[in-house]
Design a binder for this molecule. Sequence first.
Ligand code: MG
Length: 345
Amino acid sequence: MKNPQLEVEIRELKLRHAWGISRGVATSKENVFVSIEHEGIVGMGEAGPNSRYDESAESTVDFLDKARTLLNKYPLWHFEDLGWAILEQAPGQTAAKAALDIALMDWFCKKHDLPLYRFLGLNPALTPLTSFSIGIDTPERMQQKVHEAAPYPILKIKLGSDNDEAIIRAIRAVTDKTIRVDANEGWTDRQEALEKVEWLATEKVEFIEQPMPAAMVDETAWLRERSPLPLIADESVKGSKDIHQLKGVFDGINIKLMKSGGIQEALRMIRIARSLDLSIMLGCMVESSLAISAAAALSPLVDYADLDGNLLLAEDPYRGVTVAEGKLMLTDVAGVGAVFNEIDG
Ligand code: MG
């Protein structure tokens, strides 16, 4: 029988607005799309490489080229064995690993004619609300983005510049929605971080994501002891092996397929975090509706969702999960829940 065929393609995804976080600004993103064709079924996957983790479209393609022989070593329906082989192929490059794992699970679920959430035994009515992220910009432009985010009941505000207080005041002048704050490791002084968190607690903020750099573990634990708001780890946690050391440092973790290396590892992380009484958020990078739909299929298992990477795109090459008044609405399409968008793609 013919071996599975892997195809890899880099695609530029244009953003609706320049996207600013504490590390920099971007107007488009290069993601890598893969397909695995076997026995007449095509599984699709996506990598959203992130320079924070030493990834690029090129490093992703390089990993995929080296990993393609794994598809000949294991039958696709042994996705457990194949999934481990992909994770252990080389360190890092988790976005590339996620693309393969998403494609593998997409193939398997299509083969069995099941949406991923049904294969996992999950209730689609239990999806959480997703937040909508407002990137760092001038306070005036951030106000404009808040107006455009009218359909979304929860906002995630990126902080970590010198302008934090002015930004929150500007946003509070135009909305009283629940706000989640993501500092993206932007605060490097623990006393200053505490003062910011204490002030934010008076501004109807629900929690703070990654206030301090991942390397500042002791300072973050110090902050958490005094913080009136829960602290959620993002850059401090990639895979399941990172979670145990976060107990006492954070109150919860932000799981992303692009950090974990795929669906299978994200599921392990959800179970470990639950066993440690950590709250769980499911987040994303800038991704099309393909990878976002795959993550959304797991969302009935988590407390918070921040699955808006596709909503930031000017054109989306896929369609899948939608958002209704903030709530993630899963599709009944077999596989991870997305189809190629022939109109825009
Ligand atoms: Mg974050």
